[in-house]
Design a protein around this ligand. Structure first.
Ligand code: NAD
Ligand code: MG
Length: 393
């Protein structure tokens, strides 16, 4: 049966890769809704090609303009505006699968709504899970939603889990998870030069082509820190059983170490269409458009432990993972504010970790009893981090 698809964040890096895979399989997927926030031109072109029933943007005025242009082009897509419309399209009856590919906390409410509606969720938006943690996993269980990790590491781990494994359950016979990391563009930059690196240097990732926010997160290794939290929730393991391994070639996307000493890994070219195709077709396999892996070209695979002095964000994230409660939400919010400030040149690269550390020192983590408590923690950390940055100028 043809599956109806909603892509939250269709105009971003993950969204574009998802549409690339979907366009190879018109017999399997029908695009029902695309959301594009402020990237109106890109969304217009996607609507021309994929003819979704709905498109969602941030502002009413943009929605009206886009609606008019689509009508003139003979496209019947209905254009909606605002954040409530995101949750509305993610929970439509004709939507079976929801690709959660908005960046940051903005993706939380529509992704949670999709989970509560029992959809198959292809989860790229790791921040949504990091912020809401056990609440999100409860929503998935409560509505019997299918949660398929799209983050390449978590997708690799999921693929290496015992047959029949479903996210959110403790995996039988697993000793630990080995989470690989490329180390980003500053793996070998002298530490005293990190203060002066520019946003353009930070977003130039050696292996993956991604949005700007996650590219900066990769450069600080906060991305890996968020992924430790993500993995501990998805695979129900404490952070002590998750080891970060720097693997600059990005060919092994992560590994699972079993009690009997077997270590299973998933390998492939660094291209997000692999986990996206896997999540769309699971438990089947479909073509993704990715070239076969050429091991002779790869030639060698290197591994080394992460240096926590170089990457203080990773240390902060492990601490937040151990604290639990609202600590991951505080960490994530301070990071989002700091990364945005770095990208516009308001703080230096090293100011990102410093801002997060000071925010976490100032605001005590509490219990994440409900959605309101995590949203309040998120708001408080954002306000505190913003004030710190403003005061430093
Ligand atoms: P991106 O910046 O390229 O795209 C973000 C998308 O979200 C765009 O469609 C944008 O219009 C939309 N958006 C931005 N702000 C919004 C808001 N306030 N409200 C609604 N929509 C908004 O980002 P990306 O690289 O595609 O990453 C998306 C998510 O996937 C992130 O959470 C990232 O961590 C995760 N992820 C990305 C990759 C990758 O290779 N790009 C890999 C793993 C995980
Ligand atoms: Mg990843």
């Amino acid at each position: 049966m043809v599956k109806g698809l909603c892509i939250l964040g269709a105009t971003g890096s993950i969204g574009v890769s998802t549409l690339d895979v979907v366009a190879r399989h018109p017999d399997r997927y029908r695009v029902i809704a695309l959301t594009g926030h402020r990237r109106i031109e890109a969304l217009y072109r996607q609507c021309l090609q994929h003819r979704p029933r709905y498109a969602v943007v941030a502002e009413r005025r943009d929605a009206d303009d886009l609606q008019r242009r689509l009508r003139e082009a003979g496209v019947k897509t209905e254009v909606l505006a605002g954040s409530d419309a995101l949750a509305a399209v993610a929970t439509l009856d004709e939507v079976d699968y929801v690709m959660a590919a908005i960046v940051g906390a903005a993706g939380l409410l529509p992704t949670l709504a999709a989970a509560r509606a029992g959809k198959r969720i292809l989860l790229a938006n790791k921040e949504a899970l990091v912020i809401s943690g056990p609440l999100f996993m409860e929503a998935v269980r409560g509505a019997e939603a299918e949660l398929l990790p799209i983050d390449s590491e978590h997708n690799a781990i999921f693929q290496c889990m015992p047959a029949g494994y479903r996210a959110g359950n403790p995996p039988a016979g697993v000793r630990r998870i080995l989470l690989t990391a490329s180390g980003g563009p500053f793996l070998d930059t002298p530490i005293d030069q990190l203060e002066g690196v520019t946003p353009e240097q930070a977003v130039a990732h050696p292996k993956w082509d991604m949005g700007r926010k996650i590219s900066v997160d990769s450069a600080t290794m906060m991305n890996k820190g968020l992924e430790v939290i993500e993995a501990s929730l998805l695979f129900d393991l404490p952070p002590e059983r998750i080891q970060v391994v720097i693997h600059p070639q990005s060919v092994i996307h992560s590994l699972v170490d079993y009690d009997d000493g077997s270590v299973l890994a998933e390998l492939g070219n660094p291209d997000m269409r692999i986990p996206i195709a896997y999540g769309l077709a699971w438990p089947e396999r479909i073509a993704s458009g990715v070239d076969p892996l050429d091991l002779f070209e790869v030639a060698r695979l290197d591994f080394r432990p992460p240096d926590l002095e170089r990457f203080p964000c990773l240390k902060l994230a492990f601490e937040a993972a151990r604290s639990g409660g609202t600590a991951p939400a505080l960490l994530n919010a301070a990071n989002e504010v700091a990364v945005a400030a770095f990208l516009v040149g308001r703080i230096p690269f090293t100011g990102i970790a410093a801002t997060i550390a000071r925010t976490l020192d100032a605001i005590p983590a509490g219990a994440a009893v409900d959605l309101d408590s995590v949203l309040a923690a998120d708001a408080r950390a954002r306000a505190y981090a913003s004030d710190l940055i403003a005061a430093a100028r």
